[in-house]
Ligand binder design. Structure first.
Ligand SMILES: [Zn+2]
Length: 145
């Protein structure tokens, strides 16, 4: 990061603070002139593209994911806040895959992991809705994994 006072490239971070929007504010001190300046770091989110089973590509839609989670949690006591957290966690984990294109299988796999932490019943409902497993053997294998 270039010093705004002397154009030198070397600086050290003297303070970092996480902001509410997820960005980081850093106070830096120039190693040459010793003056301090502030930088902000944010993550650049490229829009994710989803490839479905028929190889049709479409932009990732959070609303679609949310609908499927609401459906899966219908018979549970999870609150709207829980659902928000679940949807956000799934989206974050999908971003962490760092793929240009994610498949619907990626989404299902990540969603199952996240749901498992919150509610087994919701996880099971989601599993039966989103996999082609329509027999109890598959469900039992899934529960025991
Ligand atoms: Zn400087």
């Amino acid at each position: 990061m270039k010093c705004i006072f002397c154009d030198n490239n070397e600086s050290k971070v003297v303070d970092s603070r996480y902001l509410k929007d997820g960005s980081i504010r850093r106070r830096r001190e120039c190693l040459v002139c010793g003056k301090r300046f502030t930088t902000y770091e944010t993550v650049e989110h490229n829009p994710m593209v989803v490839t479905n089973v028929d190889n049709v590509r479409e932009p990732f839609k959070q609303s679609k994911l949310r609908d499927s989670i609401i459906y899966a949690t219908y018979c549970t006591d999870l609150t709207d806040d829980d659902i928000d957290t679940i949807v956000n966690n799934i989206e974050t984990n999908l971003f962490r895959l760092q793929k240009q294109e994610i498949s619907t299988r990626d989404i299902v796999s990540v969603a199952l992991d996240v749901l498992m932490e919150f509610n087994t019943m919701a996880c099971l409902v989601y599993y039966t809705q989103h996999t082609d497993c329509d027999n109890f053997d598959g469900v039992r294998r899934f529960i025991n994994r």
